[in-house]
Design a binder for this molecule. Structure first.
Ligand code: F1P
Length: 346
């Protein structure tokens, strides 16, 4: 995250500089609709971006799996802009989706990690994430770097469009600059997360629930657990629980809530009560100092407070660590999970 922001953001001077967008930034600012494409973790980063772009820049956003988009006959209108997200820059589904969107006249932005890879070469403009090499197959720091860059893009567009005030703009910049230290603080909490992992290492299923900005984080937490520990996990918007997944809850079911103090807090608290009433085992990621959820959940993991739009950058960290420790304790190879490729090029 620090490397994604390096040289690009200066809260004191009120700057965000994303050089790779310069030529096409007007297209993004004037977009009637943004279509975001990606696969796996990159798709989850796109979902976070949907919330951020819509909230701050007031542009309608659709997020699609590139692997599905490429086989449809999607409607692209003048004024639509596509953002393609990929860590490797080589994912075949994402590349094919880009080519399809281009053939229909769309302007394409890329958000990729590997400099000079195929996707940045196929797009009109873009911003690299500069997360450094992802050693493991499963994306972790690539996710936070993608969300950082997409958030910076949304803030630039919102500022240019005037959909955020100068004071909110400044507040977001300062909050972004504080994120790397806050991530470090969250990582320092690893021994507590390791302990929680030891309790749940033999679970057969996990449920991850979150609302708003934390809904995509729930999906990403579940995906990380599946990818590296081979435990079945599902992520859901917490509000969807009553429409189905609640049937799964019993005393065997660990339920991870991402329950930070934001606009959905009270609703999430009542979802936690519903799970407790059915004897589900609650692990909650909460904002530092939270007292209410501490009394309700079996385990709480605290993360520092930040602006609501930036919470995913912090709330995903304990979930990545939880997957990591559970996988290690189960003897799984976290860097090279079975059946997964770093770049899915077919
Ligand atoms: C997409 C992706 C990753 C996942 C795994 C398989 O890759 O689904 O999110 O962790 O590596 O590929 P990319 O397009 O972001 O490189």
């Amino acid at each position: 995250v620090k490397d994604s922001m390096r040289g690009r953001i200066n809260a004191h001077k009120g700057h965000i500089l994303l050089g790779g967008l310069r030529e096409y930034i007007n297209k993004l600012t004037q977009a009637q609709r943004i279509i975001i494409l990606g696969c796996g973790t990159s798709w989850h980063a796109g979902l976070v971006a949907e919330y951020v772009f819509e909230e701050l820049a007031r542009i309608p956003v659709e997020v699609e799996y590139a692997s599905e988009f490429r086989y449809r006959n999607p409607i692209i209108n003048e004024g639509d802009v596509v953002i393609a997200i990929s860590q490797s820059g080589e994912t075949a589904d994402t590349l094919a989706a880009i080519e399809l969107a281009k053939s229909k006249g769309a302007i394409i932005f890329g958000v990729c990690n590997v400099v000079g890879s195929s996707i940045p070469r196929a797009t009109h403009a873009g911003a690299y994430t500069h997360a450094g090499p992802e050693i493991g197959v499963a994306s972790t720091k690539a996710f936070t770097a993608q969300v950082t860059v997409l958030t910076m893009m949304a803030i630039v567009v919102a500022k240019t469009k005037g959909t955020i005030s100068d004071s909110l703009y400044r507040e977001l910049l300062y909050a972004l600059e504080a994120i790397p230290d806050q991530i470090q603080k969250t990582l320092n909490n690893h021994s507590q997360i390791k302990y929680i992992s030891s309790i749940f290492r033999d679970a057969r299923n996990f449920l991850y629930l979150g609302r708003g900005y934390n809904f995509p984080v729930a999906l990403e937490g579940a995906l990380k657990l599946k990818e590296i520990s081979y435990i079945h996990a599902e992520g859901y918007p917490a509000a969807e629980m009553k429409h189905g997944p609640i049937a799964l809850i019993d005393e065997e079911m660990p339920v991870v809530f991402i329950a930070t103090q934001d606009s959905s807090y009270e609703k999430v608290v009542s979802n936690i009560q519903e799970v407790r009433a059915r004897k589900g085992r609650v692990i909650a990621v909460v904002t530092e100092g939270d007292k209410l959820i501490k009394q309700m959940a079996e385990f709480v993991i605290e993360i520092p407070a930040t602006h609501e739009a930036l919470v995913p950058l912090l709330s995903v960290i304990p979930l990545q660590l939880l997957s990591y420790y559970i996988a290690v304790m189960r003897g799984c190879n976290v860097d090279q999970p079975r059946n997964l490729a770093k770049s899915v090029t077919v």
